[in-house]
Design a protein around this ligand. Structure first.
Ligand SMILES: [Zn+2]
Length: 247
């Protein structure tokens, strides 16, 4: 984990974007929670891993991030949304303040993690024969072998966590929870060694007023499409001439 936040943050002005790069150290089984997808893609004993509409493997991060944040902060009075799905909403509850509760949106928005390469290139099927608990022997006749779709070791997943009106404590809590995810696993079958990851974080700090400048720049391009084309041409010319010089 890298890049400690530089300088203090100004509430109500700043937005922090945490760019995550997650590398699979052991295979990740993400599970699929859309009933329709499971019905369509589950064949025989094969359990599907979640696939995005545009063909990448994805995994939900928000649930586990909040769960580990709550575990970390239990002694500091954070509530447990596994027990109370609504969230307590007490002003001193750090996780309700960050992630929200019923009736109030959180300040922390967590993307799904998505593989950099397409689903078919990073997902493989592993088979798990059923083992008799008493004898420890693979049982051929009692019950089927389970097949799991898994994201393979070395695969990279990316996603952002966006924090509005950030507090420095938010970054501490999230990086702590991410460390816990590295150790305890992401996704399913973690007790069998699945879901070990390495998580790299880079921070980007922007201000709401940044969007004003972006808007200005984008509007200029939209209003002057011809000028933009000329600029592109000039760039190409510059490239060609420098290439000629270097030759
Ligand atoms: Zn709470």
């Amino acid at each position: 984990m890298s890049n400690i936040i530089q300088g203090a943050v100004t509430p109500n002005e700043d937005i922090i974007i945490m760019h995550l790069k997650v590398t699979a150290v052991s295979p990740i089984y993400t599970g699929e929670n859309k009933v329709k997808e499971v019905k369509e893609r589950k064949t025989k004993n094969r359990i599907p891993t979640r696939k995005s509409g545009d063909g990448f493997a994805t995994i939900n991060l928000s649930g586990i991030l909040r769960a580990f944040s709550e575990k970390m902060l239990k002694s500091s009075g954070a509530c447990d949304v596994a027990r109370d799905a609504k969230g307590c909403g007490r002003p001193d509850c750090i996780t309700c303040d960050m992630y929200g509760y019923l009736g109030k949106k959180g300040r922390v928005c967590v993307d799904e993690l998505k593989t950099v390469r397409p689903f078919n290139e990073v997902v493989d099927i592993s088979t798990h024969p059923r083992i008799d608990r008493d004898t420890g022997v693979v049982t051929k006749d009692q019950g089927p072998t389970i097949e799991l779709e898994e994201i393979q070791e070395g695969a990279e997943l990316v996603g952002n966590i966006v924090i509005r009106n950030p507090k420095e404590r938010d970054i501490e809590v999230i990086t702590g929870a991410l460390k816990a995810i590295e150790t305890h696993g992401l996704g399913g079958w973690t007790r069998r060694g699945r879901g070990r990851t390495k998580i790299d974080v880079t921070l980007e700090k922007i201000k709401w007023s940044t969007y004003k400048d972006i808007g200005k720049e984008e509007a200029r391009k939209l209003l002057n499409p011809d000028k933009e084309k000329d600029k592109e041409k000039d760039k190409d010319k510059d490239k060609k001439s420098t290439q000629a010089v270097t030759k």
